[in-house]
Design a protein around this ligand. Structure first.
Ligand SMILES: Cc1cc2nc3c(=O)[nH]c(=O)nc-3n(C[C@H](O)[C@H](O)[C@H](O)COP(=O)(O)O)c2cc1C
Length: 187
């Protein structure tokens, strides 16, 4: 599993190729079987496919995330506090966002197994997304994502914005050392 998990990464370039219904359904089944606090499953994955529908979201993303409009599918995870656990004994700690992170991870892990990659985004304008999708006011848009087949830079035909090109060329995937992310028998 570790070897597989290390293959997951977040591309900035996607092929135009559409995602087959079968692959998408398996990703959604992986999402469906995600654990959640009290099994409340507080998530809804809103998927947008095809260039014409996706283009309508141009105003919903800042300049730095306009790359996502070229993906064959984008999506949003939508939820609200009351759909998940609210732990009264712990100062009303709300679990909806935690559970939504879990569902995203299941979805993108299966996507990776299907030969797809995903890039999540916190950079979007929530109000605009809610307006376009007619999402009721009480809901929150927890994350946006783009999913598709990764395109390698060397295979890309056509112009790329210089800033995007620079980002793709200079991105280094790094992680904190293990000893910084856990402790044993103490805080
Ligand atoms: C919650 C979340 C928000 C993110 N927001 C953005 C974003 O707005 N724009 C972007 O290009 N990448 C975004 N990313 C992608 C991260 O930069 C990326 O996952 C991180 O650098 C680690 O790289 P890797 O996914 O290839 O391992 C986001 C990822 C997560 C999980």
């Amino acid at each position: 599993m570790l070897k597989e998990l290390k293959k997951r990464h977040s591309p900035l370039l996607f092929k135009k190729k559409a995602i087959s219904k079968k692959k998408l359904e398996r990703c959604l089944q992986a999402a469906q079987w995600t654990p959640s606090c009290s099994n409340m499953q507080p998530w809804k994955l809103v998927l947008i496919e095809g260039p014409r529908r996706i283009a309508k979201f141009a105003e919903a993303f800042p300049r730095g995330n306009q790359w996502c409009l070229k993906a064959p599918m984008i999506g949003f995870i939508v939820s609200k506090p009351k759909l998940g656990c609210i732990m009264e004994d712990n100062s009303n700690l709300e679990y909806f966002q935690y559970d939504c992170g879990m569902v995203m991870m299941s979805f993108i892990t299966q996507a990776m197994a299907e030969g797809l990659q995903t890039r999540q985004m916190a950079g979007y304008y929530e109000k605009k997304v809610k307006k376009i999708l007619k999402i009721p006011a009480s809901y929150r848009v927890i994350v946006a994502f783009a999913i598709g087949y990764e395109e390698k830079l060397k295979d890309h035909k056509g112009e790329l914005h210089p800033r995007l090109l620079e980002r793709i060329k200079t991105t280094k995937r790094t992680r904190k050392p293990l000893k910084e992310i856990y402790s044993l028998n103490k805080f």
